[in-house]
Design a protein around this ligand. Structure first.
Ligand code: NAD
Length: 499
């Protein structure tokens, strides 16, 4: 069995805490590796070393830092297949989807090549007599990224790209369920020219996270994961005076209007509801058709498509639509929630509970489920299931449908399918959700825009990637300067307008 490590000062370093977590192959249920779980002492040591390394990195000119990003892009492309294989083997998602995971992270590194432009300050010439005023963006120092299991390449890259391009050192604490790809990415960044110590990958669980939150040198924390942990990290990090942004769970609604192209809407729901076994924070988990006719037409199209879904291991290649979920515990939780749906009176139209795959009986596979006649008081509507389970909630009117999405506590993503421009515009304008698709089921913004949810899907006031990330990972300093030849007056005791 492979024994994984941390990545400290540019090399793999064994854990010393004596604690480990098992890393599974979700397709077979076998333990394929174990990952060390860092103690507070190990975390504090990694931070102290990062703080030393950050001094020179922060003083390196932004163009040189951008060149490291450029080299990393080429190397990630070179190693794409190797990374995707490892990613699929630990996460369970299909090979093509694993490449997509890496690709969407890579695009943020490409964006970071523009760091010199993005980090430019502002300058006002002659703000007063002989007075110039300018602002600069400076790195924060040591920052931390804490990431979830479901995008083990994309989200670490969203964290490390902007943080490093801005001149910070980063402590990356990846998910303990699929930690290998972040370690491989750290190796790639070293090969790309990143100095040792500037990126430390510290594996761990709550102990390591708490040590990050309590370490005084860590200036900022970027978290992505479930909402209860997001709230905990936000509260504790802020209480300790850090800059914190936390992105949490989701329950994304897709509204289908009577005028929508029903075939297109059904295809969109299949991809967005069941892709990656529903383990995406932007997955559609609630379909809200408006009107009984729309609901029936949609259901009629959905059922055969869901029944035809191919579930299997990533090694089966293009024949597979989605793979296993990440752990046995995740599978158990999904099936528990499905049972609540049945018990609370929803109609289980497609029942995936008894799904078994020959040769992979111990794998964490979950068959696809479709519920109809779901109501807003049911657990399957209120809670994030994070599995291949789609709930249909029939609405009578557009207002009822949009009201439902607006009343839900999560506000990550949403979509509307319609041919009517007025309705689409009203929806985009009125909805209290961070990312909106119009005839686009998974509206993940591209690298040069920003990604973030509202309500209980996001805590903090800046989004991930795009220009917001460059604000999050820097602080602004504003300088007012006047040289001796410009000083015409003696001591001044009062504030007054500039002449
Ligand atoms: P998780 O909250 O269990 O874990 C996320 C991170 O927090 C991991 O690094 C984990 O080690 C750490 N952690 C777990 N328990 C902790 C504790 N008690 N104290 C401190 N740290 C702890 O999330 P997950 O299961 O890895 O990921 C799935 C969740 O992430 C879903 O809810 C999904 O919606 C969400 N997610 C959100 C976004 C977004 O951008 N909003 C993106 C991807 C995933």
């Amino acid at each position: 069995m492979e024994e994984l490590s941390h990545w400290i000062d540019g090399k793999r370093v064994a854990g010393t805490s004596g604690r480990f977590a098992d890393v599974y192959n979700p397709a077979t249920g076998d333990v394929q590796a174990r990952v060390p779980l860092a103690s507070k002492a190990e975390l504090d040591d990694a931070v102290a070393r990062a703080a030393q390394a950050q001094i020179a990195w922060g003083a390196t000119n932004p163009q040189k830092r951008a060149r490291v990003m450029m080299a990393a892009v080429a190397l990630i492309n070179r190693d794409m297949d190797k990374l995707a294989e490892k990613l699929s083997s630990e996460h369970g998602k299909t090979f093509v989807d694993a490449k997509g995971d890496i690709q969407r992270g890579l695009e943020v590194i490409e964006y970071c090549i523009g760091a010199p432009q993005l980090l430019k300050g502002e300058f006002t010439d002659s703000a007063g007599p002989g007075i110039d005023m300018y602002s600069m963006r400076q790195p924060l120092g040591v920052v931390a990224g804490i990431t979830p299991f479901n995008f083990p390449a994309m989200i670490p890259l969203w964290k490390m790209g902007p943080a490093l391009a801005c001149g910070n050192a980063m402590i990356l604490k990846p998910s303990e369920r699929d930690p290998s790809v972040p370690l491989m990415l750290a190796e790639i960044f070293k090969e790309a020219g990143l100095p040792d110590g500037v990126l430390q990958v510290v594996n761990g669980d709550k102990d390591a996270v708490d040590a990050i939150l309590d370490n005084e040198t860590v200036q900022a924390v970027g978290f992505v994961g479930s909402t209860p942990i997001a709230q905990y990290i936000y509260a504790r990090g802020c209480a300790n005076g850090k800059r914190v942004q936390c992105f949490g769970g989701a329950k994304n609604h897709m509204i289908i209007m009577p005028d929508a192209d029903m075939d297109q809407a059904a295809d969109a729901l299949i991809g967005a509801g069941y892709g990656a076994a529903g383990e995406r924070c932007m997955a559609i988990s609630v379909a809200v058709p408006v009107g009984e006719g729309t609901s029936d037409a949609l259901r009629e199209r959905l059922v055969p498509k869901i029944e035809a879904l191919k579930v299997g291991p990533w090694t089966a290649g293009d024949d597979v639509d989605y793979g296993p979920v990440v752990t046995a515990a995740a599978k158990e939780n999904i099936l528990r929630l499905v049972q609540t749906g049945v018990d609370q009176g929803a109609e289980l139209v497609v029942d995936g509970r008894d799904f078994k795959l020959q040769g992979y009986e111990n794998g964490f596979f979950v068959g696809p489920h479709l519920f109809d006649h779901v109501t807003t008081d049911m657990d399957i509507y209120r809670q994030e299931i994070f599995g291949p389970v789609l709930s249909m909630v029939r609405a009578k009117t557009y207002d009822e449908a949009i009201g439902m999405a607006m009343d839900h506590e999560y506000g990550n993503g949403t979509a509307i399918f319609t041919r009517d421009g007025d309705t689409a515009r009203d929806f985009a304008h009125r909805i209290n959700i961070g990312m909106v698709g119009i005839n686009v089921p998974i509206p993940v913004p591209l690298a040069y825009h920003t990604f973030g949810g509202w309500k209980k899907s996001g805590f903090g006031d800046l989004n991930q990637h795009g220009p917001d990330a460059f604000k999050f990972y820097t602080r602004t300093k504003t300088v007012t300067s006047r040289w001796p030849s410009g000083i015409k007056e003696g001591a001044a005791f009062n504030f007054k307008a500039m002449d």
